[in-house]
Design a binder for this molecule. Structure first.
Ligand code: SAM
Length: 281
């Protein structure tokens, strides 16, 4: 069967460069190039976009992104051992891959890339959630990216797309859904990775909305949602007491029953509450 490129199979790359997976870096590699090409396609048409990839490792997804036609890829990898393998990919795609060694939480994501920019990553889950929250929040908002295609632990993916009434619903769902369209586009069992992680995984695709779904001041919305979900089992009239002495009135103005709990309240109603509180301040 023909491969997506003329580079060696990933198992060989890992053996040649001594890339035994390190737990401390959350290394669970994707070795099936058909699968990495499929994940690259979930990011949409890449031929008119530059791509920021975080955590390329031995480069399976990187190869998928380049083979699917990404104009340029900037790949930020913390593990110096991966750099020679990434240099081989750069040689096979002249002028299209810039691999940087560094921590994605510190490195400027943007040098080298031109908009429109898509982000793709199979990252350790803790780093992934931290980066997602950063990419959705000022000063990183308005976004430098058009879409994010990110692998998460399935439970985290479910928290991003959750709707009211479910246990997974909370701050992450509200933040993500206020500013993006977010969907789970693929689920992967542990065996898809080497070594297999303990949990199932899922790819989430988020597309930036041109404007937030409902009007609200970001800081007020964030404060209300944080207070509401910090005490998610309490009725909102007591969970939000610290936010305003007139909270019952604001809740009613926003069409929310003061006896409701945070997990029953949708994004639109939280935004209405934030607007009511802002008018008063
Ligand atoms: N993308 C590769 C794949 O799909 O096979 C590797 C995925 S592995 C789950 C996560 C990768 O992120 C590893 O190569 C790891 O070294 C890298 N990594 C971990 N923490 C990082 C950080 N803070 N910044 C950049 N890369 C990081």
């Amino acid at each position: 069967m023909s491969s997506i490129d003329d580079l060696p199979p990933l198992r060989e790359v890992i053996a040649t460069h001594g890339l035994a997976a390190k737990k401390s870096l959350g290394q669970n590699f994707l070795l099936d190039l058909n699968l990495t090409a499929k994940i690259a396609r979930l990011a949409g048409d890449l031929t008119a976009a530059d791509v920021l990839e975080i955590g390329p490792g031995p480069g399976g997804l990187t190869r998928g992104l380049l083979a699917e036609g990404a104009r340029k890829v900037r790949a930020i990898e913390k593990d110096p051992r991966c750099m020679p393998a990434l240099a081989e990919i750069a040689d096979a795609y002249p002028g299209r891959l810039q691999a940087i060694q560094g921590d994605a939480l510190d490195v400027d994501p943007l040098a080298y890339l031109q908009p429109p920019i898509k982000v793709a990553a199979n990252l350790p889950y803790n780093v992934g959630t931290e980066l997602l929250v950063r990419w959705l929040t000022p000063p990183m908002w308005p976004p430098f990216w058009q879409s994010l295609t990110l692998m998460f632990q399935r439970e985290v993916a479910q928290r991003i797309v959750a709707t009211p009434g479910s246990k997974a619903y909370g701050r992450l769902a509200l933040l993500a859904q206020w500013r993006t369209d977010a969907q789970i586009v693929m689920e992967l069992p542990p065996e898809a990775f080497s070594p297999p992680p303990k949990v199932n995984s899922a790819v989430v695709h988020l597309t930036a909305l041109p404007a937030p779904r409902f009007a609200a001041d970001a800081a007020v919305l964030n404060r209300v949602v944080a207070a509401a979900f910090n005490q998610r089992r309490k009725m909102l009239r007591s969970a939000l007491k610290s936010v305003s002495p007139d909270i019952e009135q604001h809740l009613m103005e926003a069409g929310i029953k003061p006896t409701e709990r945070a997990e029953q309240v949708g994004l639109e109603a939280f935004c209405a509450l934030a607007r009511s509180l802002e008018q008063d301040s």
